[in-house]
Design a protein. Structure first.
Lengths: 473, 112
């Protein structure tokens, strides 16, 4: 039972190797089996956190400072759960997607090993407890994500993937320098040992700043978002969903580990205000840009740029109520992940039925692919804070209102209105009536998977308080 | 003048990082960008090795060396993937910079 921490990495990695070796139908079978097994491992891990509290696991029995430590705690619970749910949905979707799209059969053969590698890498980021291991696993996920982004083989996808790779690995070198500066000062890379040393002084602060800058580029916070929209919008639909819902969250998660655990003193400084300002700029600019895009997948990609801003917006409150800020951010992470996966998968199903994702040519989409449009609509509604059980944005509004930050409240409200507007714009184009009722829905299964993820976001809103209890604990 | 050797190496490391970073941002040609990335990581590796030996009387710390070895593997993987993508882009569009390639890709999409 204790070993399920390691199994979170080992299961997807082992199946990734296996799916490299086999082809055809059996590859799909093993891919689905791997997804089910990985998701089941998460269920065991979640039970372990809920029943026994946070877990620590020394790899090979070696404890830090010499060995590597893995950990399972409240903060890692929601990212791992999100990865399991979205991962399972994307795997089921991918089976149908790659079978339907003619000429994508060979892409499917590359998709499974890379996707399982990415899944294992993401799980690894969420259980790692030292900054060097995080560097490795972030690079690991980057390599798999770039290869997946270039999967479609169009020139536009390859250019976007290469731009993503060059900027993110440049940032990774800065992160590594930061790790070096921390190790040079404190002779450890373990998160809790670093936190105990309470890093201060020029070298350690410079290290943390370099690491944060690198992570901001990897999670595409404004103004480092330039690589995201082309890379996320030109990938195949299941890949776009994974990139937007999960991969950018890995970097956000590491920022939270560094700022809230390793050096909470940073939150009191000017850095927290700066991050909050960048977050506000991301929300306003990203939402506005999403409103002006000509293609559905670009709208969804720019909406990711905007939604990343919410993670950093509340940093000025983190000194007074760190627990509440972490809880709101974790809830936003899970809720946005489910909503964004539903939107990208729905957009893919809609584009499959209609033949394009250019908004002005989507007319009739609602009649021909109602499930897909419903998924986009519910996802958009979740981003606009309109969840029946109370969304993450509601919690953020409550916090900013209580602690007297009227500017932040206004930014959140503006973001919600813009999110509602760009969602409505997409659904409006798809809802326009066409005279000729062309052939019916050829992607009902795909639309149903997308809708299921959207409904999962709705379901989560009803249980958010119970789930967030474990995050705060 | 008696500067400790390790300081010279640290200065060299920062020069390599700065030169690599500058070229990564400013040079347009894709091969130059990939080489710049490698120079930048070499600087980072040198810096890590410097931290391993802080005092000539004590034997060096092996942990940074292990980190550098792992970092080299990561660097090779990144370079390999970047070169494969750059070559495919060149074959497809004849472009050797990201800006030209993006332009060619837009034309390709527009014509199809």
């Amino acid at each position: 039972m204790r070993h399920c921490v390691v199994l979170l990495l080992l299961v997807p990695f082992a199946f990734s190797l296996l799916t490299c070796l086999i082809r055809g139908r059996w590859q799909t079978v093993f891919g689905l089996l791997a997804s089910a097994a990985t998701a089941a491992t998460f269920v065991f891990a979640a039970c372990l956190i809920v029943s026994d509290g946070p877990q620590e696991y020394p790899l090979g029995g070696w404890w830090p400072p010499l060995g590597l430590r893995l950990q399972l705690d409240g903060l890692s619970l929601l990212p791992l759960g999100l990865t399991a749910v979205v991962g399972l949905g994307v795997s089921i979707y991918a089976v149908g997607y790659f079978q339907r799209e003619r000429g994508l059969r060979s892409e499917a053969q590359i998709f499974w090993p890379l996707w399982l590698l990415l899944w294992g890498g993401l799980n690894g980021v969420f259980v790692s407890a030292d900054v060097f291991n995080l560097y490795l696993l972030l690079e690991f996920t980057l390599l798999a994500a770039v290869a997946l982004a270039a999967l479609e083989g169009t020139a536009i996808a390859q250019v976007a993937a290469l731009r993503y790779l060059l900027s993110a690995s440049g940032a990774a070198v800065l992160y590594l320098i930061g790790v070096g500066l921390l190790y040079g000062t404190y002779s450890t890379v373990d998160l809790s040992l670093l936190a105990a040393a309470a890093p201060s002084g020029t070298a350690a602060t410079a290290g943390l700043v370099l690491m944060t800058l690198a992570l901001l580029l990897k999670c595409a916070l404004f103004p480092f978002h330039f690589w995201l929209p082309p890379a996320h919008s030109s990938a195949p639909a299941p890949v776009s969903a994974v990139l937007s819902a999960l991969v950018v969250k890995a970097a956000v998660y590491v920022v939270f580990r560094l700022w809230f655990e390793v050096q909470p003193a940073l939150l009191a400084g000017v850095g927290a205000t700066a991050l909050s300002a960048l977050g506000a700029a991301a929300i306003l600019w990203g939402s506005w840009a999403a409103l002006r895009q000509p293609r559905l997948k670009l709208v969804v990609a720019y909406s990711t740029v905007a939604q990343i801003g919410y993670f950093f917006l509340l940093f000025p409150l983190a000194r007074e109520v760190p627990g509440d800020v972490i809880a709101a951010a974790s809830y936003h992470l899970a809720s946005h992940g489910l909503a964004k996966a539903a939107m990208f998968l729905g957009a893919g199903a809609l584009a499959h039925t209609v033949g394009t994702d250019v908004l002005s040519q989507l007319r009739g989409g609602l009649r021909r692919a109602p499930l897909a449009v419903a998924a986009v609509f519910i996802g958009g509604a979740a981003l606009a804070g309109a969840l029946p059980g109370g969304g993450a944005k509601g919690k953020m509004l409550e916090l900013t209102h209580q602690h007297g930050h009227p500017w932040l409240t206004m930014v959140i409200v503006a973001g919600l209105i813009l999110a509602a507007a760009y969602t409505f714009r997409c659904v409006w184009w798809a809802g326009r009536w066409t005279g000729s009722d062309a052939n019916g829905d050829s992607s009902r299964g795909l639309g149903a998977v997308a809708l299921a993820l959207g409904l999962a976001a709705v379901a989560l809103s009803f249980f958010s308080d119970e789930v967030l209890q474990h995050v705060k604990a | 003048m008696n500067v400790p050797q390790v300081v010279l190496f640290q200065v060299l490391a920062f020069l390599l990082i700065a030169a690599g970073f500058h070229a990564l941002l400013r040079r347009a040609h894709l091969l130059r960008k990939i080489v710049a990335l490698n120079i930048m990581s070499s600087g980072a590796f040198l810096l890590l090795v410097c931290f391993a030996r802080r005092d000539a009387t004590v034997s060096p710390d092996p942990v940074p060396h292990a980190m550098v070895l792992t970092g080299i593997v990561v660097g090779i993987s990144v370079s390999a993937l970047a070169m494969v993508l750059a070559r495919r882009i060149y074959r497809r569009t004849g472009a050797s910079t990201l800006a030209e390639a993006a332009e060619a890709a837009r034309r390709e999409e527009g014509s199809s």
